[in-house]
Design a protein around this ligand. Structure first.
Ligand SMILES: Nc1nc2c(ncn2[C@@H]2O[C@H](COP(=O)(O)OP(=O)(O)OP(=O)(O)O)[C@@H](O)[C@H]2O)c(=O)[nH]1
Ligand SMILES: [Mg+2]
Length: 317
């Protein structure tokens, strides 16, 4: 089952961004450095309509540094995009960010023409935390849960420099199934909108070939060639004492352990996608989506034809 989550307040956020964007000079899109492709909102380009944009790969302290470098190179090689890496442990990220904003909108930043910056990104990616670091105070509420900020909020960073915090926003239909799983694993999806076991299995399926040493070291398991995600989840559950009666493994508990340890990076610094992988998933997702649309159109047309053929009952005299 593909994961989808677009609660009502996200619909309102979309409208609020649409309104606000007219008076914005730079849009900062916060991406999760562990899943840069999947955490990029495909709706945003249409919403921000060609405004200068800066991509910030946040939570880089949790991500695989070699892969963060790959993603930054990928974005910075595109002429219209600027990207930098960041994390909450950096005490002075302000300079890098402010410099990047000035480079993108050189005529702004005075009292007369203030720099107006909008910060957007998926739920739980660290927007409010970054704003608090930038302003040097707990100006906005943060929390380790998707959907903490519910309405947009304006903050003053310095004279002539304004920032708008926005609620986390996803998009109405996630067409790349893998993105849905990666978003759920990262903590961007509300906890009632996905099955932990399914997400943990997808996560292990990716980690087995990509980060086998981390799995072996953390869970003290032997990754025999050909081991499946199901077998590994069971093994992890057994090692961690997540067992039910008659020695059956509590897979729900095992899944929660895996997801929690990925999120906290106790498993290690992991990135769930490379630029090439994501490009392939996106191409396949678009193809499937186009096929789905063709099918839908066919059903729709056949319904219309059938409808036309139904003889109307004669009106009573
Ligand atoms: N390790 C790590 N954790 C971070 C970083 N930035 C934020 N966090 C944590 O991520 C969680 C979410 O942070 P918030 O700032 O509330 O995220 P948000 O994007 O404002 O979330 P919503 O308002 O729900 O959309 C909090 O537990 C933060 O402490 C970071 O760079 N590294
Ligand atoms: Mg927030």
């Amino acid at each position: 089952m593909a994961i989808q989550w677009f609660p009502g307040h996200m619909h309102l956020t979309k409208k609020a961004i649409q309104e606000r964007i007219k008076e914005i000079d730079v849009v900062i899109e916060l991406l999760d450095a562990r899943l840069p492709g999947s955490s990029a909102n495909p709706m945003l380009a249409g919403l921000t309509g060609g405004k200068p944009a800066l991509k910030v790969l946040n939570k880089q302290d949790l991500a695989d540094p070699a892969r963060t470098a790959l993603w930054l190179e990928h974005y910075n090689s595109q002429s219209s995009t600027r990207a930098i890496g960041l994390d909450a442990s950096m005490k002075t990220p302000a300079k890098a960010l402010i410099d990047a904003c000035h480079a993108l909108a050189p005529t702004r930043g005075s009292m007369v023409k203030p720099m107006r910056v909008l910060i957007c990104g998926i739920p739980n990616v660290g927007k409010s935390t970054l704003i608090n670091t930038l302003t040097g105070k707990r100006a906005t509420k943060t929390g380790d849960e998707a959907g903490v900020t519910k309405v947009e909020q304006r903050l003053v960073l310095a004279d002539g420099f304004y920032l708008w915090d926005t609620p986390g926003m996803l998009w109405p239909r996630i067409i790349v199934a893998k993105s849905g799983y990666n978003l759920a694993a990262s903590g961007a999806i509300g906890r009632n909108a996905f099955e932990e076991e399914e997400v943990a299995l997808e996560l292990l399926d990716y980690l087995i070939p990509n980060y086998p040493e981390m799995l072996a070291a953390r869970y003290k398991v032997e990754l025999t060639p050909g081991i499946t995600d199901e077998q590994l989840l069971e093994e992890i559950g057994r090692k961690r004492g997540a067992v039910l009666t008659k020695g059956r493994v509590n897979l729900q508990k095992a899944a929660e352990i895996v997801i929690y340890e990925f999120r906290a990076a106790t498993l290690g610094r992991i990135t769930l996608e490379t630029p090439e992988e994501f490009a392939q998933w996106l191409a396949a997702g678009r193809l499937m989506d186009a096929e789905r649309q063709v099918k839908k159109d066919k059903i729709e047309t056949s319904r219309l034809i059938k409808f036309k053929k139904i003889p109307r009952p004669a009106k009573p005299e």
